[in-house]
Design a protein around this ligand. Structure first.
Ligand SMILES: C[S@@+](CC[C@H](N)C(=O)[O-])C[C@H]1O[C@@H](n2cnc3c(N)ncnc32)[C@H](O)[C@@H]1O
Length: 292
């Protein structure tokens, strides 16, 4: 079939299959999506077939393979080495500084400022679960530096974890191009970032005063959570959106064990604990308090 310009129309599946660089059968897609669910908890809908093809075709090129059947064999046989690249290719890492800014305002006004004014413990533990390239934990660190001027008197740690080893490495380096800084005020840029020049490229590096508050670690949320609580606040935002309800229930039951009554949990704008957990009470826009 042509569209009058002697180029094939793309909407019939046979034509699309023929135009693809690698053969990608329904069986390949089903097998790969089963593996993704098993390892990461991510549920890929039927509509994600093209996305999966596009992201994994790059791996086939790197490995100089001819087909997805060969790629599946490698995943099954190389002792788990390719699994890391496979997961890195599948995860969606969209993030930004001060994304959903009301959460950082809530943290400042309801947690940090009251804590600063009380004589109570000066220990603060925050976990960014699914931290991607680091913008979320660095935004938490900026909020803390601004709200607690006497930080040297505090014991503050931010743990930033993700399944994807590539994004974690970028978070650890803390180097961002100027367009990534668009949500930041000039004061924040001046205080927390240093210009970094490499040949002709300019980027901005997060200052040591932020880096020193954060530990980046690889952690798959499907696995046991090895940290010790209690965690004053957990940011688990835009991570569980692709998990099914059972997976979410299991995760938040384990997360709840790391918190005490009153501790906070922040979810992403389209996520909710409705029919997922009764151990938290909704107290603001996607802000939950550990009940008890
Ligand atoms: C869309 S990003 C969200 C980043 C940040 N929390 C935010 O809201 O801007 C989702 C992150 O969750 C991570 N992720 C997905 N499944 C995961 C799992 N099973 N364990 C740990 N991290 C996971 C992905 O690698 C990705 O970096």
């Amino acid at each position: 079939m042509t569209n009058g310009f002697n180029t094939p129309l793309l909407h019939d599946t046979q034509t699309m299959t023929r135009l693809r660089e690698f053969e990608f059968s329904l069986e390949d897609f089903e097998a790969l999506r089963k593996l993704v669910k098993q390892i990461t908890g991510i549920n890929l809908s039927d509509q994600k077939r093209e996305l999966v093809y596009g992201r994994l075709a790059r791996r086939l090129r790197v490995l100089e393979l001819q087909s997805f059947a060969q790629y599946r064999e490698i995943l099954a046989q190389d002792g788990g080495k390719e699994i890391v690249q496979f997961c890195n290719a599948i995860t969606t890492n969209l993030t930004s500084f001060f994304r959903e800014p009301h959460h950082f305002e809530y943290l400042r006004d309801q947690v940090l400022i009251p804590m600063a004014g009380s004589a109570a413990t000066r220990r603060l533990r925050i976990w960014s679960a699914g931290c991607s390239t680091g913008e979320e934990p660095y935004s938490i660190a900026m909020t803390i530096r601004e709200a607690l001027p006497e930080l040297h008197r505090w014991d503050v740690r931010i743990l930033a974890t993700d399944l994807d080893s590539d994004v974690l490495e970028r978070g650890r380096r803390g180097l961002y191009t100027e367009d990534r800084l668009k949500n930041l005020t000039l004061q924040r840029r001046a205080r927390f970032f240093r210009e970094h020049r490499e040949r002709d490229a300019v980027s901005y590096e997060v200052s040591p005063e932020l880096k020193s508050l954060i530990t980046f670690k690889q952690l798959n949320l499907m696995h046991p959570l090895p940290m010790r609580g209690p965690l004053d606040a957990i940011f688990c935002r835009n991570v569980v959106i692709y998990f099914d309800k059972d997976t979410q229930r299991d995760l938040f039951a384990r997360v709840a064990q790391l918190q005490q009554p009153g501790n906070l949990l922040f979810l992403g704008h389209s996520e909710s604990l409705f029919k997922v957990s009764e151990q938290y009470a909704l107290i603001g826009k996607t802000v939950y308090r550990r009940a008890g």
